[in-house]
Design a protein around this ligand. Sequence first.
Ligand code: AMP
Ligand code: MN
Ligand code: MN
Ligand code: MN
Length: 268
Amino acid sequence: MLVDLHTHTTASDGTLTPQQLLAAATTAGIDVLSITDHDSVAAYTQLPTATGLELVTGIEVSALWAGRSVHVVGLNVDVHALEDVVRRQTLARERRAERIVERLARRGLKVDLAGIRERAAGAAIGRPHIAAELVAQGIVRDVKTAFRKHLGPGKAGDIKTEWPDLDTAVGWLRAANGTAVIAHPLRYRLTRAGLARLAADFLAAGGQAVELVSGHAAEHEVAKIADLATGFGFRVSVGSDFHAPLAWRSLGVDSARLRRLKPVWDGW
Ligand code: AMP
Ligand code: MN
Ligand code: MN
Ligand code: MN
């Protein structure tokens, strides 16, 4: 079975519309799909009710934990119950975009908020939209450079204070009947002890699962998360974190990679 429980569309920073993503997933032979846009469930209002694959509702919430930004995926969630959450996060993203633009301006980098909004085209603003504007203005060569020099960890545009804390984010997802999943646990560059602290705090907050496979995870990485899941009693999810076709991450993860671990969909 091919499963993908972490994907993005134009409702956040992906390049395919929800319909295009659905078509691509169908072509790729995906059996179970979740669209997990950053702080948005708008994709679910743009989809046909009958699809050729099993569609699980989802969202990827930005949160703050121990001074870092972490992502919590909510799966099988009541999207209508998330209305207030999405409104709050959209405002947070709007405020954050304003602050990032101010900070960049202070460094002599003139990017226009209106241009960024246009790029987001109604989606909640993310750093990729700001990066694209920096490229369009000829300030940097490409998106990768925009993140490396101006938007990535520790840079001027790395503003995360607008995010809710981890407890709040998990609480929102649980209140909307969702399953809370730690997204791409290895992307936070935590030590083994740090990752265990995140897992413990997540569990205490009501978190239930962890992403075992995110994109092209190597077997030794999967083994690390499998240990974590077993140790904390987490169910496991798998996803590509797909943002665009022809990129490094392609759609779908073979469910055989879950081996004997408890899948996140157990109990849905
Ligand atoms: P934001 O949601 O505004 O915090 O932006 C985070 C998003 O930026 C991630 O979900 C990725 O899609 C994208 N991103 C993060 N780092 C990079 C990078 N180095 N190059 C390109 N895109 C990135
Ligand atoms: Mn993204
Ligand atoms: Mn993420
Ligand atoms: Mn993602």
